[in-house]
Design a protein around this ligand. Structure first.
Ligand code: ZN
Length: 593
């Protein structure tokens, strides 16, 4: 093993070894030779040499400069060196929080790497490539490192973007170099893992019909990758390539997914409630968190958040606590951090009292409808503090991770969106342009329900957006649009009735918002309790959640159901609401496809 590692060292750093050896020889030899001379001659020789030193250096620089110009055509673009981190890592499986399912599959891969010799004897298929798919920030890199650590093999990490170059062949050369290095490591340590992040950057579908050769560079890079992966069948190379990507693997060139290449797949998804709790606990160790903070509640609030986002939230909350000159991070700080990340920093406007009051009624309208009539969402916060481009917000979170929405839920989204409009209308008789974002959301949901999901009362079934608009008859279009409008009208009538019945609650919340500016979940529930309206029970408290709920989305292969959860939490960017947007409801804007 020592000799193998020495060889690896020489292979990697032979140039440095040679330079050092040359320097030593060129210093030691003259000294040894001159020691036999007379004093005056020695001084003479040393003097001449020192005097000519600057000239020598200058000449060398000019020579090297010309060499570069000749070789690289004057451009410095290729000075960029591809970045490959290599070596031992020390991330254990226990350091990867959550991801139970992905860890289980990863463990199997660790075993496969360890039992290669046995596997070879038995004649089983040897693993060469593995794909990790999932949203960014969910711990793919960490899991890959953990596989390397647990299998006890070196870990080489690079990213797809490192192979993207303008010149044809440069990317391919990098791929070659990467695998050459990996083979050296594999020889020295018995096996090696290559981790390629952002695989989709190099692994996109190859383009063959490009008259100008515009894509031949990425094609040649991908081809080289395919060739290298096929070369891994050699007896001596125990190399496993782990590719990670954020997008769906459909964007990859099918050749990459063929047997012998990336034929294993691990989904690294967003953490569920229990996992989020563990992640909060893990990162909370690094900050001085007040012991009264209920991490379970935070985990519920952070539905669909990735581990990286949770870490970011806790770091931000520590900043807030420091700014407020407290030495402990409280629940309020964490809550404020979530809002700052999702909605932007507080940005106070000089509003007239009347405007503030209207905003308060608008938000109270959302709040009451959400709390009383939404089957799956909870209100976590209501505020009339201006942030980014919004004047106020009713912050809703899904009470559990749902992967589908039924018609009732979608109708509830519409009703909540219309709550602000109806409240303004009931209170003042006129409405403001602050409803534009709400309407756009409500319209989107209603349009999807009628045009795409067969949820209209008229019994129109099918996805009519699949058919080009000009192929739909005017009559049908009119029918669809009427159905959409009827859906919205119906929802509005319901909201009107509800808010009229609960007018006193609406009034109360508007006053509370004006007085306190922000209301937290507890405060909101307390007020509703005064009116005899307890909160809906949390699903995690009423029933024990299975760790891995069956995902119905799997049963529909592609393009079918829009897998809602990730997109649905995307906070609406503040600048999408031009001005006077009174609302940014981050949790239930549906994904449009
Ligand atoms: Zn609104």
């Amino acid at each position: 093993m020592f000799w193998a590692r020495l060889r690896l060292f020489l292979q990697r750093y032979w140039l440095w070894v040679a330079i050092v050896a040359l320097l030593v020889v060129s210093i030691v030899l003259p000294i040894w030779y001159m020691s036999g001379m007379e004093e005056s001659v020695r001084r003479y020789i040393v003097g001449i040499n020192v005097a000519s030193l600057p000239w020598g250096i200058l000449q060398t620089l000019v020579f090297v400069g010309f060499l570069y110009l000749l070789q690289y055509g004057g451009g410095f673009a290729r000075f960029k060196k591809s970045r490959v981190d290599a070596g031992a890592v020390s991330t254990r499986f226990t350091d990867v929080i959550g991801l139970m399912e992905a860890k289980r599959e990863a463990w199997e891969i660790v075993q496969l790497i360890k039992d290669r010799a046995v596997l070879k004897k038995v004649g089983g298929k040897i693993l060469h490539g593995m794909l990790m798919v999932g949203p960014p920030g969910c711990g793919k890199t960490m899991l890959a490192k953990a596989i390397a650590t647990e299998a006890g093999v070196p870990f080489m990490s690079t990213a797809g973007s490192e192979f993207v170059e303008i010149f044809v062949g440069v990317g391919a050369a990098r791929v070659r170099k990467l695998f050459k290095q990996a083979r050296q490591y594999a020889k020295a340590y018995g096996a090696c893992i290559i981790f390629i992040d952002e695989l989709e950057v190099v692994g996109k579908h190859r383009v063959f019909m490009d008259a100008f050769g515009g894509s031949s560079e990425s094609n040649s890079t991908l081809n080289q990758l395919l060739v290298e992966m096929d070369g891994l069948t050699d007896e001596d190379s125990n190399i496993v390539v782990v590719g990670a990507m954020n997008a769906d693997e459909q964007v990859l060139d099918p050749a990459l997914l063929r047997p012998g290449r990336f034929d294993r797949k691990i989904t690294v998804g967003r953490p569920n409630l229990q996992e989020r709790r563990e992640i909060f606990e893990y990162y909370a160790r690094h900050i001085a968190l007040d012991p009264t903070v209920d991490l379970g509640r935070l985990a519920r609030k952070a539905v669909y958040k990735t581990p990286a986002e949770i870490e970011n939230i806790l770091k931000e909350s520590a900043l807030i606590a420091v700014r407020e000159r407290r030495d402990r991070v409280t629940y309020k700080d964490v809550s404020a951090a979530i809002e700052r990340i999702e909605l932007g920093v507080v940005h106070r406007l000089n509003m007239t009292p009347h405007e503030r009051e209207m905003t308060a009624f608008h938000e109270a309208g959302h709040l009451v409808v959400l709390y009383l009539y939404h089957p799956t969402n909870d209100v976590f916060k209501a505020s009339i503090v201006q942030r980014g481009g919004t004047l106020g917000v009713v912050h809703a979170v899904p009470r559990e991770e749902l992967y589908t929405s039924d018609a009732n839920t979608l109708r509830a989204h519409i009703k909540v969106s219309l709550g602000g409009y109806v409240a303004e209308k009931l209170k003042y008789g006129v409405t403001t342009d602050g409803v534009s974002a709400d309407f756009s959301h409500a319209m989107t949901v209603a349009h999807n329900m009628v045009w795409r999901l067969g949820m209209s009362d008229e019994g129109l079934v099918g996805d009519f957006t699949r058919i080009p608009k000009e192929q739909l008859s005017d009559g049908l279009k009119e029918k669809l649009n009427n159905a959409t409008q009827r859906l919205l009208q119906g929802a509005m009538v319901e909201v009107e009735t509800a808010l009229k019945t609960e007018g006193h609650i609406l009034e109360r919340f508007a006053r509370e918002l004006l007085a306190r500016e922000e209301l937290d979940y507890d405060e909101i529930v307390q007020i509703f309790m005064e009116y005899g309206k307890p909160p809906k029970p949390l699903p995690s408290e009423s029933s024990s959640q299975p760790a891995f709920p069956p995902r119905p989305a799997n049963s529909i292969p592609e393009g079918g159901r829009d897998a809602r959860p990730p997109a649905s939490t995307a906070p609406r960017p503040a600048n999408s609401i031009p001005e006077g947007g009174q609302d940014a409801r981050p949790s239930d804007s549906p994904k449009q496809t």
